[in-house]
Design a binder for this molecule. Structure first.
Ligand code: UT7
Length: 333
């Protein structure tokens, strides 16, 4: 029997640079409330959202992704041609095939990297990060680009009380590459398919074409059960990610949970007994819930504003439709 040669990767991987893109349309709660019989006060109290960002027609999934990726590449100090793999986490690239990752890779001027999309909803970026970490250490890629991007405004029914005030648009990106020291801790990830229907696209494409007046396949969410699941179960997952990385809450500098609801963020921080000095991402207030883009958008802002510094230890945790989740500790680049 022939002996198969296998890949040998880097000893350690790390995030080398983040980037993000915020679309230009700022939408205050006042612009949302009439269509859903709500109020600015209710939205702020229940979700912490003051305003969100929606993309213009020109700010496509590809345009936002390329802008976020260019910043991440520049910050990482590499050339696009050095990227061996492009992973795009999204549920709002509205062509079923091909993957938008190949078009993004081409526009960035990369050299024919592996390029594919993944669908893990709001948990997509942390799934992509876990894959990229394994690739760099396993030898399948020296540098990987991970993008989380959404145009949720395309799939949101602005008359649906349960979702119209939550979802938003944007893109975040990260370059993962070899490192002399450990920069990405073990991923804790999983799913609960019993709750498949709690957040979902309402109809599939066959249902849509059978409609008298077809509309895009809007997202629907049973918010309260998701809220309870996220508030109680996700703090345990976050703790497991700390345990696996061999650190405690005392060692953390930055906490970047998925930006779904300010009350979930606060509940998790309380359950984990985070020390006061840990800086917590609260991007949701100005940006809304951008699903796969929310974690890199929030962390990139913290880096830009000096709240997260090079070498800081950050805990990321993402969760959403599926239900699916993923968490890991990283060193801030
Ligand atoms: O990103 C993926 C993961 N997603 C999440 O993690 C989202 C999780 N869920 C949530 O963030 C929250 O469930 C929401 C913010 C969506 C809703 O907050 P809630 O505290 O769970 O509200 P609720 O659905 O239990 O509704 C409470 C009350 C109800 O009235 P009564 O029965 O108490 O009289 C609703 O009819 O608020 C009413 N309500 C609204 N009122 C004004 C529901 N939606 C609205 C609305 N405006 N948009």
């Amino acid at each position: 029997m022939a002996t198969i040669t296998t890949d040998q990767g880097a000893t350690y991987a790390a995030v080398l640079g983040f980037g993000s893109y915020r679309p230009s349309r700022v939408i205050p709660n006042a612009d949302i409330v009439d269509a859903i019989d709500s109020s600015d006060e209710w939205i702020q109290q229940r979700s912490g959202i003051r305003q969100r960002r929606f993309a213009t027609a020109e700010e496509t999934v590809q345009v936002m992704s390329v802008a976020a990726a260019r910043k991440a590449i520049e910050r990482a100090g590499i050339e696009p041609q050095q990227i061996d793999c492009v992973i795009v986490a999204t549920v709002t690239h509205l062509l079923q095939t091909p993957a938008i990752a190949t078009a993004i890779a081409y526009e960035l001027g990369t050299d024919a990297p592996a390029a594919f999309d993944i669908s893990a909803a709001c948990a997509g970026f942390c799934h992509g990060l876990a894959l990229a970490d394994q690739m760099v250490r396993g030898g399948a890629a020296r540098y990987s680009l991970v993008i989380g991007v959404e145009r949720l405004s395309d799939l949101t029914d602005m008359e649906d009380r349960g979702t119209a005030f939550i979802f938003a648009d944007g893109a975040g990106a990260a370059i993962i590459g070899p490192s002399d020291t450990p920069g990405i801790g073990p991923v804790v990830w999983g799913s609960d398919g019993e709750q498949f229907d709690l957040i979902r696209q309402k109809e599939d494409w066959r249902d849509i074409v059978a409609m008298d007046r077809p509309v895009l396949p809007y997202l629907t969410m049973q918010g309260n059960p998701v809220f309870r699941w996220a508030s109680f179960t996700m703090a345990k997952v976050a703790q497991q990610a700390l345990d696996k990385a061999g650190i405690s809450a005392e060692d953390l500098d930055v906490f970047v949970p998925h930006q779904a609801n300010m009350r979930i963020i606060d509940a998790m921080a309380r359950a984990m007994k985070l020390p006061e000095r840990v800086v917590i991402a609260r991007d949701i207030a100005d940006q809304g819930n951008t699903s796969a883009a929310s974690i890199p958008l929030a962390l990139d802002r913290m880096i830009d504003e000096g709240q997260a510094k090079t070498g800081d230890t950050a805990l990321l945790i993402a969760f959403g439709a599926g239900l699916s989740y993923a968490a890991q500790v990283i060193a801030v680049p």
